[in-house]
Design a protein around this ligand. Structure first.
Ligand code: DI6
Ligand code: FE
Length: 402
C-alpha cells in the first residue's frame, strides 16, 4: 500500500517534554488509517513508497480535536428559557417547574428519526469544520427504552455517515421523565433494565448519570453504575456542578473514565480522582452560559496530577455552543488554564476521558486524525475569537469535506 506524505508543516505533536512537542519543517506519512512516520522533513528516509505528496505551505498541524462531552441529539431549542434566566429565574427553578431538560425530552420524543439525524448531523458538521475528529455523544433526551435507543442509533449512524469517530454514552439517568413522576427509584430500576438490551445492540460505549439535587442521588447513581459494571461498561458522571453531592468520590470508586463539570468538587474528590485515574472534564460553556461564579479547583487538580480535559457540553439548555475553539479560550480566560493545557484538554486528555489510547497526539502508530490550521502557533487556537482558521481535517487517514 502506498502512503501519503504531508510535508512542510509546523507540527504540534503534544508528545515529548518540549512545549507543545513542536516540530518545525515537519512531515507526516500516513499509511491507511495510521500515522506511519512523523518527524523533521530532513530526517525522512529515502526509498519510501509515497503515492501522493501534499505541501502544507508551513501551516500548523495538530492532532484532530476530541470533544469528550456532548448532548448532540435532541429536537427544538430553549431560547425562551434563556430569556427567563436573564430575567432572574435560575436553571434549577426552571427545571423544578417542569421546564429545562423535560421540555427537550418532549420535543425529542415527537421528532422523527430522520429529523433527529438531520439536526444532529448539521451540528456535528460544525464541530468537524473546526477540527474535531472524535466526538462523544450522549443520549438522555429520550428517557424511555424506545427513545433512548433511537437517540443512540442516530449517534451510531452519525459515526458511520459523517466521517468522524463517534463514541456513544447512555445517559438515560439524566432526568426523571413525567411518566415516572414521584417514582425516581422505579425509574432507576427501569434504566437498569434497559442497559443490557441497549448494550446487546452495541449501542453503548459508556454509561453516564446526572448526580445532582435536581436529578439523581448518589444511591440512585450507584445502582446505575453497578449495572454498568456487571455489563463491563465504563462509567462517567455529571458531578458537583451546582453542589457537592459526593458524586465524584462515588464515580472514582467505580474507576470512572471521567467526572465532568466539577465546580463544587472538594479536596477529597480531587484526591479520589487522582487515585482512580479519572479525568476531569471541564465545561466552561455551561459555566459561562449559566453565569456561574464558582470555578472548578484547577490548581488542586494540577497539583494532584488529575488529567484535565475540556469539552463543549453542547446541549440546548446550558451550553448551546458548537465551537470547541471557543471553549479553549474560555478554559483560559474563565478557568485559568494555559493555552497549552487547554489544547491538551481537547487532544491528549480528551482521549483519556474517553478511554482511548490510539489518538490525541501525533505519534507513529496512532490514528491519522489531524487538523491543518492557518495559524503560526498552537496557542492561537485558544486566542482568536470567532472565525475559523481550520483548513483541512483528516480522520483515520481520510480527508473530510468541510
Ligand atoms: N449537562 C447536562 O446534562 C445538563 N447540564 C449539563 O451541563 C443540562 C442539559 C439541559 O439543560 O438540557
Ligand atoms: Fe452535560
Amino acid at each position: 500500500m502506498g502512503s501519503t506524505l504531508w510535508r512542510n508543516a509546523r507540527l504540534a505533536t503534544l508528545t515529548g517534554r518540549s512545549p507543545w512537542g513542536l516540530i518545525d519543517r515537519g512531515a507526516l506519512l500516513v499509511k491507511g488509517a495510521c500515522l506511519h512516520w512523523i518527524g523533521r522533513e530532513l530526517d525522512l528516509g529515502s526509498g519510501l513508497d509515497i503515492e501522493v505528496e501534499h505541501d502544507l505551505g508551513g501551516a500548523l498541524v495538530t492532532p484532530g480535536l476530541i470533544d469528550a462531552h456532548t448532548h448532540l441529539i435532541y429536537a427544538g431549542q430553549r431560547a425562551s428559557e434563556f430569556e427567563l434566566r436573564l430575567q432572574g429565574a435560575s436553571y434549577e427553578q426552571i427545571a423544578q417547574a417542569g421546564g429545562g431538560i423535560r421540555s427537550t425530552v418532549a420535543a425529542t420524543r415527537l421528532a422523527s428519526d430522520e429529523g433527529l439525524f438531520a439536526s444532529a448531523a448539521a451540528r456535528l458538521d460544525r464541530l468537524r469544520a473546526e477540527g474535531v475528529t472524535t466526538v462523544e455523544i450522549k443520549s438522555g433526551y429520550g428517557l424511555s427504552l424506545e427513545h433512548e435507543r433511537r437517540c443512540l442509533q442516530v449517534a451510531r449512524r452519525l459515526g458511520r455517515e459523517r466521517g468522524v469517530d463517534v463514541r456513544t454514552t447512555c445517559l438515560a439517568a439524566h432526568a426523571l421523565p413525567p411518566e415516572f413522576d414521584g417514582r425516581a427509584d422505579d425509574y432507576i430500576d427501569a434504566v437498569c433494565g434497559w442497559l443490557p438490551q441497549l448494550h446487546a445492540e452495541s449501542l453503548v460505549d459508556a454509561v453516564d448519570a446526572y448526580c445532582e439535587r435536581i436529578a439523581f442521588s448518589r444511591e440512585q447513581t450507584a445502582r446505575v453504575f453497578e449495572q454498568a459494571r456487571r455489563l463491563g461498561l465504563p462509567v462517567k458522571l455529571h458531578a458537583e456542578q451546582f453542589s457537592d453531592c459526593g458524586g465524584v468520590a462515588l464515580a472514582a470508586s467505580y474507576r470512572a473514565l471521567s467526572c465532568d463539570h466539577l465546580e463544587y468538587v472538594g479536596a477529597e474528590g480531587v484526591a479520589a480522582m487522582a487515585s482512580s485515574g479519572s479525568a476531569a472534564v471541564l465545561l466552561p460553556g455551561a459555566f459561562y452560559f449559566l453565569r456561574e461564579t464558582r470555578v472548578p479547583p484547577v490548581d488542586a487538580m494540577r497539583r494532584a496530577g488529575v488529567p484535565i480535559a475540556i469539552a463543549t457540553d453542547h446541549n440546548p439548555g446550558t451550553s448551546p455552543t458548537l465551537s470547541l475553539r471557543l471553549m479553549l479560550n474560555m478554559a483560559c480566560t474563565l478557568f485559568g488554564l494555559t493555552p497549552e493545557e487547554a489544547v491538551r484538554g481537547v487532544t491528549v486528555n480528551g482521549a483519556r476521558a474517553l478511554g482511548l489510547s490510539d489518538r490525541g497526539r501525533l505519534a507513529e502508530g496512532l490514528r491519522a486524525d489531524f487538523a491543518v490550521w492557518d495559524l503560526e502557533h498552537p496557542a492561537e487556537l485558544a486566542y482568536w475569537l470567532g472565525g475559523n482558521p481550520c483548513l483541512r481535517v483528516l480522520c483515520g487517514g481520510v480527508p473530510l469535506a468541510l
